[in-house]
Design a protein around this ligand. Sequence first.
Ligand SMILES: Cc1cc2nc3c(=O)[nH]c(=O)nc-3n(C[C@H](O)[C@H](O)[C@H](O)COP(=O)(O)OP(=O)(O)OC[C@H]3O[C@@H](n4cnc5c(N)ncnc54)[C@H](O)[C@@H]3O)c2cc1C
Length: 416
Amino acid sequence: MEDNRGLFEALTRHDSVMPVFIFDPSILNHLDRDDARVTFIWDQLKELDQRLIARGSGLKVGLGDPVEVMAKWVQGAGITDVFANRDDEPDTMQRDETCRLALEHMGAQLHLFKDKAIFERGDIVTSDGSDFRVFTPYQRAWCAALPHQLELFPSESMLHRLDPSPPEWEVKDLSDLGFSRSAISVSPAKVDPDQIARYAQDRDSPGIKGTTQLGIHLRFGTVSTRKLVSLARDISDVFLAELIWREFFQQHLYHHPTITHLEFKERFRQFPWQHDEEAFVRWCDGTTGFPLVDAGMRQLNQTGFMHNRVRMVVASFLTKDLIIDWRWGERYFARKLLDFELASNCGNWQWVAGCGCDAAPYFRIFNPELQAVKFDPDQTYIKQWVPELGTKRYPMPMVDHAWARKRALACYRNLT
Ligand SMILES: Cc1cc2nc3c(=O)[nH]c(=O)nc-3n(C[C@H](O)[C@H](O)[C@H](O)COP(=O)(O)OP(=O)(O)OC[C@H]3O[C@@H](n4cnc5c(N)ncnc54)[C@H](O)[C@@H]3O)c2cc1C
């Protein structure tokens, strides 16, 4: 309600607006039954509903194929226009197009708006009109195009235009969706200017809370990207750069939707990835015998979060020490990460694996032990997640890193 373009546009153009949310089984069916993101969305919707009820309205919540649910609602209530914020993931765009056509068929119109990013799609392009594939020039162009003042879209003063009849939810409980409450809870969106001011010095230490953990809120729209960017530009260029990486990968996915399953650099499509399920399970479970890798995977499994530095180390370990297909790692992260975003996940996985746009050079192979010494020197992070370290219960390293590094480089050399 504080800054939501779709809602703002609906309230600006219409006297009677009904806020709605639809749970889509084609997404839900692929998730674990206690997926923390579903619990998070559920709780956020309940809270929003309460806030809307306090303003004399309420949220309408449905479950089913969005086209069918919308058709039922549009016909039942004589709705003429549907407003939403868009998302450029390939499946989502296809769904929205199907919805648009179905609505048109019923005499209604779908209006989609840019909300989750400052710049999207073809907003920032090179001088010859093509998309950027290298981050630094994209960042330069992005900053040059950033308006002095970002316009916000608050709805507070127009909320009297909301439909005055609080609707019954079609789903009464999480169990009606086929889900149970997750043991993982999500911290509320807290934007702390002091933390952002210290970001440049703190962000690489997994043992302290040096990053914002706002990823899930950016993903689901429970924090305003525009407000965050406005704050970041005044306080921390390093933090702002991370928000720009997010938009870099979003526009990259928009222009190259196949990066969800194909290496961006074509020559990597012949890479001899190993499909070693046993080794993969050890990586997933955090029992590789490399403490920083294991700490990261356990943090992910237990909390739905993993520190960025450690994400790079575990991804490098999977794709280079074990030469396991980056797609396996990407899918595992997609299942577990609270802040999972298709564009950022595929973009970063391909970046670490060396096959993406502006990727790290392939020969840059993280040494998990040296990374631990450098970024977790007193082992605060490692000891938190691997308490049995130093006892007989902790496994021996599953590979010899020096040997594995040579093997990875040999695979790479054979490609060229
Ligand atoms: C293998 C791998 C997979 C990743 N998968 C995801 C993912 O699915 N979703 C995701 O949001 N980030 C992903 N990242 C990027 C990064 O690790 C997370 O955004 C960050 O750790 C989230 O923590 P935070 O919210 O505390 O971020 P902060 O450091 O506080 O940064 C603020 C925000 O900036 C954005 N951001 C930061 N770093 C990056 C980055 N490298 N790429 C894109 N956006 C960034 C995120 O939205 C983040 O929430 C991945 C990184 C790696 C190496």
